[in-house]
Write a protein of this length. Structure first.
Lengths: 113, 116
């Protein structure tokens, strides 16, 4: 158990819908990262937040957005969902920034039908 | 942009034997971190080992060790005395040491099979 929690574990929805994935980092970790793992794209970095502010942006679509709240939990919002958005979405957290190990949550499996 | 290449989609090894997984990366930076993550069938991402680019000494964690060749941009993982529980996908990952740099850049992964 990494100490990072993600809810829900599984999510099944339809095309065009909007969903929110939630992540709670390890106690004391200030950075939260979101990654997408899909069969065709592999593991891709989406976005990072550090202490409530956006720190780095990767291959995140404009239909996707994220935020980190004062209690440091984070939410990833996916809208206008397409079949290709079906993937495993991981949240990871680290104490501060680049040199710290990232601890991964168990992931949320999103299926878009 | 940095890239990470794992040229072995699948590797197979007998239990108790040694196996080496390959990883090469491309970067113009001099300061960075390299990681090997394990993803068993549960899909949990587990850090196996990490290497700081400024350290010449290769990292070791019990049965896991790396061969870090900075000039060649190579970062291989050696697993000694392979065990059935080592069966998993293994991902090599890169991260710049710059503050504000992107998250981890992963390779495509190597599926490791352990033959009993």
């Amino acid at each position: 158990d990494s100490g990072v929690t993600q809810t829900p574990k599984h999510l099944i929805t339809a095309t065009g819908q909007r969903v929110t994935l939630r992540c709670s980092p390890r106690s004391g970790d200030l950075s939260v990262y979101w990654y997408q793992q899909s069969l065709d794209q592999g593991l891709q970095f989406l976005i990072q937040y550090y202490n409530g502010e956006e720190r780095a942006k990767g291959n995140i679509l404009e239909r996707f957005s994220a935020q980190q709240f004062p209690d440091l939990h984070s939410e990833l919002n996916l809208s206008s969902l397409e079949l290709g958005d079906s993937a495993l979405y991981f949240c990871a957290s680290s104490e501060r920034d680049s040199y710290n190990e990232q601890f991964f949550g168990p992931g949320t499996r999103l299926t878009v039908l | 942009a940095q890239t990470v290449t794992q040229s072995q989609p699948e590797m197979s090894v007998q239990e108790a034997e040694t196996v080496t997984l390959s990883c090469t990366y491309d970067t113009s930076e001099s300061d960075y971190y390299l990681f090997w993550y394990k993803q068993p069938p549960s899909r949990q991402m587990i850090l196996v080992i990490r290497q700081e680019a400024y350290k010449q000494q290769n990292a070791t964690e019990n049965r896991f060790s790396v061969n870090f060749q900075k000039a060649a941009k190579s970062f291989s993982l050696k697993i000694s005395d392979s065990q059935l529980g080592d069966a998993a996908m293994y991902f090599c990952a890169y991260r710049s040491a710059l503050i504000g740099a992107d998250g981890l850049t992963f390779g495509k992964g190597t599926h490791l099979i352990i033959q009993p």
